[in-house]
Design a protein around this ligand. Structure first.
Ligand code: ASP
Length: 373
């Protein structure tokens, strides 16, 4: 898609309905049947379209304040899209009540909070990331410094911490009493094979865990500035109780986030290993380049993940249950013309939401579901 493609051309080329190619594939009969049940709602699903020339930010459901702030910054202060996204998610990173990111994030196996984050700038097609960063509340801002002030893209562990401190970021204790309490309960009830399959049904029912027994949690934010330029970032404490040293998809460009200034921007939350193995966010952007709406592109990537998971079930049986992937994964996308959308792997109708802010203000909208229960 050329950068000068008009919004009308874009829509004429893509349409809003799902194509057979989007839904076609090689799932077994049982899975295909289940999919059929959701196809109607998928067909009805159309991505939202915001007014051209108005800033837009889309994020995971925990980012309502983040998208509002990102849009405000792009509108009132002409902040570039990537920086608006980074500054928007900083609100969530600093929120001790959000168990999925920054301060208050759930720790690793050993009780230490380690953070992954990345950002990507559309105009310069540059990116920065930090992995397994300890004691710094705003890893997305550190990732932005990696992008802007170095020739590197990924910094991890002690090197990332040293860089952050050199850049003036202050160290802080990120483990809150609430997160520590949840970790202690997990430790007590820990399953012997939890490193092989991170599932533990004995965790307390915390609304933030969204029904996932072993929670993943993250914030992704993609932003479109009024001049049509794009940027995005993803920031997380990663899979709860992960093996120390594990990084997920969030700091990996093309996996937990990706943007191409001539097409659109996308990101993922949920099982990071699945977003990595599918190159998920890159795939979403490439599907938009090929003409998919954002919702279609997100569904396409989820379907690819489902096919891959079904194939790997022989080796990892816990990942495949009742004809569908046994984990959550959600993609978010905004196209250069202002069309946006999100799709999630599974759940009850209306149970998965994403945050969007445009000229109509910040709100939650339902994700389209690949497998509706
Ligand atoms: N994707 C993140 C990870 O796997 C976590 C999440 O989004 O829940 O680290």
């Amino acid at each position: 898609m050329a950068s000068d493609t008009t919004r009308r051309d874009f829509l004429r080329q893509t349409g809003l309905g799902l194509t057979a190619a989007t839904l076609g594939g090689s799932l077994t009969a049982a899975s295909a049947q289940q999919l059929q049940a959701t196809q109607q709602s998928i067909r009805a699903a159309s991505s939202g379209l915001s007014q051209p020339g108005h800033p837009i930010a889309i994020s995971s459901a925990n980012g309502l304040a983040a998208v509002a702030e990102a849009v405000r910054l792009m509108k009132e202060s002409q902040v570039r899209a990537v920086s608006a996204a980074v500054r928007g998610v900083a609100i969530v990173e600093a929120d001790p009540d959000d168990l999925s990111v920054g301060l208050g994030g759930l720790p690793d196996e050993s009780g230490e909070v380690t953070l992954d984050a990345a950002c990507m700038d559309g105009p310069s097609h540059n990116a920065g990331s930090v992995g397994c960063l300890k004691r710094i509340m705003h890893p997305a801002a550190v990732a932005e410094r990696v992008m802007d002030r170095t020739d590197h893209i990924n910094l991890v562990g002690v090197g990332a911490l040293a860089f952050a401190k050199e850049q003036g970021f202050e160290e802080a204790d990120l483990l809150t009493d609430r997160a520590k309490g949840i970790w202690e309960k997990w430790l007590k009830n820990r399953e012997p094979d939890d490193r092989l399959w991170p599932l533990n049904d004995t965790l307390p029912a915390d609304p933030i865990l969204q029904g996932e027994p072993r929670p993943w949690g993250t914030i992704h934010c993609s932003a479109l500035a009024p001049d049509g330029t794009l940027g995005c970032c993803t920031t997380t404490s990663g899979l709860a109780f992960k093996i120390p040293g594990r990084i997920g998809d969030s700091p990996l460009i093309g996996c937990g986030l990706y943007c191409d200034n001539s097409v659109g921007s996308a990101g993922a939350t949920g099982r990071g290993e699945a977003a990595i193995l599918s190159g998920g966010s890159w795939l979403v952007v490439e599907r938009m380049r090929a003409g998919d709406t954002p919702t279609e592109a997100c569904l396409y990537a989820l379907r690819r993940v489902a096919e891959q998971t079904e194939r790997s079930a022989k080796w990892q049986p816990a990942l495949w249950k009742d004809g569908q992937p046994n984990f959550g994964l959600t993609f978010y996308a905004v196209r250069k013309d202002g069309l946006y959308g999100s799709a999630s792997m599974r759940g009850a109708k209306g149970s998965r939401k994403f945050a969007i802010c445009d000229e109509k203000g910040a709100r939650l909208e339902p994700c389209t579901l690949l497998f509706e229960s």
